[in-house]
Design a protein around this ligand. Structure first.
Ligand SMILES: *[C@@H]1O[C@H](CO)[C@@H](O)[C@H](O)[C@H]1NC(C)=O
Ligand SMILES: *[C@@H]1O[C@H](CO)[C@@H](O)[C@H](O)[C@H]1NC(C)=O
Length: 840
């Protein structure tokens, strides 16, 4: 949903502006800070390499392997208040962790720096390897981590390099450009200095002073870097943000924001943040993750950025800057791209396994007005023979934007309404946002106030901001006790009118505050444990999503897999449910950027994601809507959604031909549900996403490295969107040596070739790879639950050795019984003209 209600007060004028120049006029650039308006970013970015007069050095005498097996050392910096403590540890397989914080034993500051809790898996420490003593020669210490991996630590200036032990080839290095800086917390504000910062009409009191951290990380043997959601982009690879040839120089910003009508092409931060980058090049991949929830800005530096005339071949330098927090960084050594994802998942957790219905098609709109409207939409799908599984209700279903309530005139019988939908095997979703209406007659507000459960403002009062209900306060989800309280709000007893077939949508959880700085909460607001909002900001939505998912889990007595869609996210959100790419627009560019955006989410753990089909803002041209269904039917999360002020766009409103085309796209998704569900199973075990960039399957094929228009669904299917109105032909690159078969008619196409294809009206180019078996269910039903007993169809595409293989995973589609072994996971092999079945 969009934030500032401003433009909606003058809809006529807004439409006029949109018609003339959508992106430039709609996005309020001034509302958001750029790097130059962000002092820590500006400072860090203007510093030249190796320019600190007294560089950071490691005190060799302090090197020590602790009883828990990690290496510690003191880093000193003559001009800094306190020395820094370094801890280096390793996790199998091929993960190196670097932690740096201040040594608080001398001159303790009034507050310690914040380390984000609850994101790393609880057994990360227990899995830490026992390191052997480092070998020190001169000013260099070498640490063997495993038979094929070591870490070289240079003492002065401090620099760390992770290498492949056999070849000695560097993989990742830290501070090799001497850009590391760490602003220590001060005991008090020095006389005459001001710590306040101003942006537009807002003042950030910054009572704890400067505390930013900066460092450089280099990826060796890399052609491209990827990751760092969330940004609007039509490029899959992250483009350089600084250096020769870079025109508009802004770093990638990670700061969760409710951006009204975002640009499809911009490094500015959107609703979620995952500070994880993957590098890939010829023959190897690696990754880097910085666990830090403060505002972060990251530069991808173009070769020559430092004035050097020659750069090591295939090295990509990056600069990481955060406003607060500590260094808790993970180096992932790969070497295959899927290994890097698995290594990231090994510290942040596996994606949760969704219920079967959640993988099917969702129908949403702001708003389905009342029970009659709901019934009409529901039967509209049946009348037009279009399957769907979930009907969604946006904010207007509540009593005055008080979540967990119903507008009783529009929805007098919510349980009855849900029962009718559920009789056809379908579900419903209602929205629950974090802003709670400040209304003394609202029990939730009364309770939260009495218990002191709201985030506090800098003055210690309950933070009071403006959101959908008007004056609102925000529960402090960092506090485990408050999360417990929130969990119970989802019980049937507490959430009146809810039934077991009702699931939840968390919107506006960046959090969105219409009158706050950059439409969010002031950075000097205070959370549990005296944590400043600036330190926690990017994880607020994560905690809210977590507490909501836990609420549904508890409601179902731990037996019903939760479904919660969230707009904000952070590293680890994959454990709690799905996300979507927020409030996109009904234009072709947004359709195009949805693919790199969803692929990027998948690379960084968030495999259950999708973009609003049709585009949230504006009215899609009917042909765009059709194309969007054809692309969206491949998204892991497949939902149609639309803004309040748009025309109705249920798939049967655009004439018979278009209805048929949209029906066909949705039918295709339903027939592929067994394949999708099997891929979700794989993702929940390994983190390898459902929807994949081509290079994840073809890591040696350079043609694929920056292809953000085509994508793989699992190992077997490849599709490419049509992103232009009236496009007649399209060039599609098919990787690998084997053939590809057109999904519509089975015609074969050669691999390792770019094919110029005629654009068809009835589908986007989509292919099955030779050598694969794809399980389908081809009977058309009203919803996925009605397909449970339907027969499977195995589509076998033979390769040049007349062989193929594939998998099928089946469980009850809803409970956790699969954890006790109640599932079927079969591997199919076709060879020697026979098919065989085996266990996975
Ligand atoms: C054909 O597929 C089979 C089964 O997946 C595989 O073992 C074999 O290597 C493939 N042959 C070629 C030439 O790719
Ligand atoms: C499989 O059967 C076909 C048709 O009978 C035959 O032409 C082909 O040679 C057989 N292939 C193998 C590998 O046996």
């Amino acid at each position: 949903m969009d934030p500032p209600p401003g433009p909606r007060l003058i809809p006529g004028l807004l439409l006029l502006l949109l018609a003339s120049c959508p992106a430039a006029l709609a996005w309020k650039r001034d509302e958001f800070r750029n790097c130059n308006q962000t002092p820590f970013c500006k400072r860090a970015r203007t510093r030249a390499p190796h320019s600190l007069d007294a560089p950071l050095s490691l005190d060799a005498g302090s090197l020590y392997v602790t009883p828990d097996g990690s290496l510690t050392a003191v880093l000193s910096h003559p001009s800094r208040l306190r020395p820094l403590l370094l801890r280096l540890s390793a996790l199998p397989p091929h993960v190196v962790r670097l932690q740096i914080d201040e040594d608080y034993s001398a001159n303790p500051p009034p507050h310690r720096r914040f380390q984000v809790p609850d994101v790393l898996l609880s057994d990360v420490e227990a899995r830490t390897l026992h390191l052997s003593e480092p070998k020190t020669a001169g000013a260099v210490s070498t640490l063997a981590l495993s038979s094929d991996l070591d870490v070289v630590v240079k003492h002065d200036p401090f620099e760390l390099t992770v290498r492949r032990a056999g070849s000695g080839d560097p993989v990742l290095s830290f501070n090799s450009h001497g850009l590391f800086d760490f602003e220590p917390l001060q005991e008090s504000k020095p006389e005459g200095e001001t710590w306040e910062e101003h942006f537009r009409s807002h003042t950030d009191t910054r009572p704890r002073g400067p505390q930013s951290i900066t460092f450089d990380v280099s990826f060796h043997g890399a052609d491209f870097v990827y990751g760092l959601p969330e940004h609007g982009s039509t490029s899959l690879a992250l483009r350089p943000t600084r250096g020769p040839g870079v025109e508009e120089s802004e770093p990638y910003r990670l700061f969760n924001l409710d951006v009204f009508e975002y640009l499809h092409e911009s490094p500015f931060g959107l609703y979620g943040s995952i500070p994880f980058m993957i590098a890939h090049g010829d023959g190897a991949s690696s990754g880097f993750f910085w666990l830090n929830a403060a505002e972060m800005q990251i530069d991808v530096l173009a070769p020559g950025w430092d004035g050097a005339t020659s750069t090591e071949n295939g090295r990509i330098d990056t600069l990481w800057m955060a406003e607060a927090g500590v260094v808790d960084a993970f180096f992932f050594v790969g070497s295959e791209p899927k290994d890097v994802i698995k290594q990231y998942i090994s510290v942040t957790g596996k994606p949760s396994m969704p219920q079967q219905f959640a993988v099917a098609y969702h129908q949403c709109r702001w708003n389905y007005r009342d029970e009659e409207d709901v019934a009409g939409v529901d039967s509209g799908f049946d009348e037009h023979d279009i399957p769907y599984d979930v009907l969604w209700l946006d904010i207007e279903h509540t009593d005055g934007k008080r979540y967990f309530t119903w507008d009783h005139s529009a929805f007098p019988n919510p349980e009855e309404m849900q029962r009718k939908i559920s009789d056809k095997g379908r579900k419903m979703v209602t929205i629950v946002d974090p802003h709670i209406k400040r209304d003394s007659s609202f029990h939730l507000h009364e309770e939260a106030t009495a218990k002191g459960y709201y985030v506090k403002d800098a003055g210690g009062k309950d933070f009071d901001g403006w959101c959908w209900p008007g004056a609102s306060s925000y529960p402090d989800m960092l506090n485990p006790e408050i999360r417990e309280w929130w969990v119970d709000k989802f019980s049937y007893q507490s959430y009146k009118g809810s039934t077991p077939m009702l699931y939840i949508w968390n919107d506006m959880n960046e959090p969105s505050v219409f009158n706050g700085p950059e439409v969010t909460m002031p950075r000097d607001a205070i959370h549990y444990g005296d944590v400043e909002h600036r330190e926690l900001h990017n994880a607020y939505g994560y905690y809210f999503h977590m507490a909501t998912a836990d609420g549904l889990l508890k409601r179902g007595e731990g037996k019903d897999r939760p479904f919660v869609l969230s707009r904000a996210f952070f590293a680890g959100s994959q454990r709690y449910g799905a996300v979507w790419t927020g409030d996109n627009s009904a234009d072709w560019d947004h359709l195009k950027s949805s693919i790199p955006m969803v692929l990027t989410l998948g690379l960084t753990g968030m495999t259950f994601s999708g973009a609003d089909v049709g585009g949230f803002f504006g009215n899609p041209e009917p042909d765009l809507l059709v194309r969007w269904y054809q692309v969206g039917a491949f998204y892991p999360f497949f939902r149609g959604h639309a803004h309040h002020d748009t025309k109705r766009r249920e798939p049967w409103l655009f004439g018979e031909r278009r209805t048929a085309l949209m029906r066909e796209a949705i039918h295709m998704r339903y027939s592929l549900l067994p394949y999708y569900y099997t891929l979700f199973r794989e993702a929940s075990l390994t983190g390898v996403p459902v929807m994949r960039p081509l290079w994840l399957e073809f890591p040696d094929d350079k043609e694929t490295y920056n292809n953000g228009e085509a994508f793989m669904v699992g190992p077997s299917l490849l599709a490419q969107g049509i992103y232009e109105d009236g496009q007649k032909s399209v060039s599609v690159y098919l990787p690998g040596k084997e053939l590809w078969y057109d999904l519509r008619d089975g015609s074969p196409y050669k691999g390792s070739v770019s094919h110029k294809l005629e654009v068809a009206e009835d589908s986007i180019p989509s292919f099955q790879r030779a050598g694969t078996i794809v399980p389908r269910k081809d009977r058309f039903r009203r919803s996925s639950t009605q397909m449970v007993d339907d027969p499977y169809t195995l589509v076998i595409a033979l390769n040049s050795s007349s062989a193929a293989e594939g998998e099928l995973y089946v469980d009850d589609g809803k409970s956790y019984d699969f954890e006790q072994g109640a599932f079927i996971h079969r591997r199919f092999v076709f060879a020697d003209n026979k098919s065989k079945e085996g266990y996975c």
